[in-house]
Design a binder for this molecule. Structure first.
Ligand code: ADP
Length: 371
């Protein structure tokens, strides 16, 4: 590599070259201005001395020569000292600045090759430290996304396996003549196919919600209208199962900032779950109350409840408290995950409470109120 090529490719050399350039310009300017100004100043003083001491021209010439010598030596010493300092400073700066940048460059190459566990040391509290911190945060996010992607593929494969195995089982049974070619057999296979279809639809919706691709257009909406609409949609199913459904929204509640379609979808999902997990003769109520700068809408049921250890996970994708029961009812464990994404896209929050098995559950959606 030529000297110029090295200079172009190495930050440390560039720094040193810039220091040397400053020294060179300083020395040249100092030298030329001294050369230009010193003789005139000295001759003035020599003329004065000549008047006082009499005509001694050799003395003047000697003085002139020795001042010039001293100036040249001082300039040479200063230049050498400046060059040594420049080398020392550029070495120090290279170690402090260039080394961390090189470490980040090496780490980013490894991350690009798929090794998301890479992190760099945070060298200092200045901008370089800030860059290293942000670099590490970026690597962490990438690692998390990659882990989520892997989990999702594993989960989806797991979820698809059971209905597919059932359908394959029915078909094989029919082909081998082990199962009777009767409507019941075809119905069972059809049910599994429908379950698969629902799962795929839910997955598509989930991936859109996770990617923030579900359009959400919040506008001021009255809570009463929102809750009544959801209740009206599901009332026939509540009546069929003999579960009472009531709406309790006090007067004077401020409107909320919500996209009625999306929040309607969330409330329908919560009411559907409440109906599904509440036995006949039970009650489900939608309650709303004002909180600091927001309105909380709760769906309270008297159903089977949720054991405390499961509560923190009910919003995780594919999470079902009772796997066999949920599977039998066709639940994919995605509904609440989608609901949480939709509510959070509004700047709101959703959480679940339950006093335990058999003691009902409460799901609360909190949305920002119109100020
Ligand atoms: P699913 O489609 O299985 O209902 P969800 O994401 O809507 O999926 O719910 C996840 C799990 O949370 C359900 O499988 C169920 O175990 C539990 N769950 C949700 N709502 C209720 C409720 N109101 N009462 C009891 N358990 C509930």
């Amino acid at each position: 590599m030529t000297a110029l090529g090295m200079l172009r490719r190495r930050l440390g050399w560039k720094l040193l070259a810039s220091y040397l350039l400053v020294i060179l310009v300083g020395a040249v300017v100092l030298w030329t201005t001294a050369q230009a100004l010193a003789p005139a100043a000295l001759s003035q003083h020599l003329a004065l001395m000549a008047r006082v001491l009499g005509e001694r021209s050799e003395l003047g010439a000697a003085l002139f020569g020795s001042v010039r010598g001293a100036m040249t030596t001082a300039l040479a010493v200063a230049t050498v000292a400046a060059i040594l300092t420049a080398v020392a400073v550029s070495l120090f700066v290279t170690r402090r600045i260039v080394a961390p940048i090189q470490a980040m460059a090496r780490a980013s190459t490894r991350i690009a090759a798929g090794r998301y566990g890479e992190r760099v040391p945070v060298p200092s509290a200045d901008e370089l430290g800030e860059l290293a911190t942000h670099f590490n945060q970026m690597a962490e996010t990438l690692e998390r996304i990659e882990a989520r992607r892997r989990d999702l593929i594993a989960d989806v494969a797991h979820e698809l396996r059971t209905p597919l195995a059932s359908i394959a089982g029915y078909m094989e049974g029919l082909l081998d003549g082990v199962m009777p070619a009767q409507p019941e057999t075809f119905h069972r296979a059809h049910r599994e196919a429908i379950r698969l279809q629902r799962l795929v639809d839910d997955l598509q919706e989930l991936s859109r919600a996770e990617a923030g691709q579900v359009p959400v257009h919040p506008r001021p909406v009255e809570v009463r209208g929102l809750t009544e609409a959801a209740a009206t949609r599901l009332r026939p199913q509540f009546d069929d199962k003999d579960v009472a459904l009531t709406v309790d929204v006090p007067r004077g509640l401020p409107p909320v900032l919500a996209d009625p379609d999306r929040i309607g979808q969330v409330l329908t999902n919560l009411l559907g779950n409440a109906l599904q997990y509440t036995p006949a003769g039970g009650r489900v109520e939608i309650r709303a109350r004002r909180e600091d700068g927001s309105v909380a809408i709760a769906v309270v049921d008297t159903g089977i409840g949720i054991p405390a250890e499961h509560l923190p996970h009910v919003f995780d994708r594919f999470y079902r408290v009772d796997r066999s029961r949920a599977r039998a009812s066709g639940g994919s464990g995605i509904g609440l995950t989608i609901a949480r994404h939709l509510v959070e896209a509004h700047g709101g929050s959703i959480h679940a409470e339950s006093a335990g098995p058999g003691r009902g559950s409460t799901f609360t959606v909190t949305l920002p109120a119109v100020p």
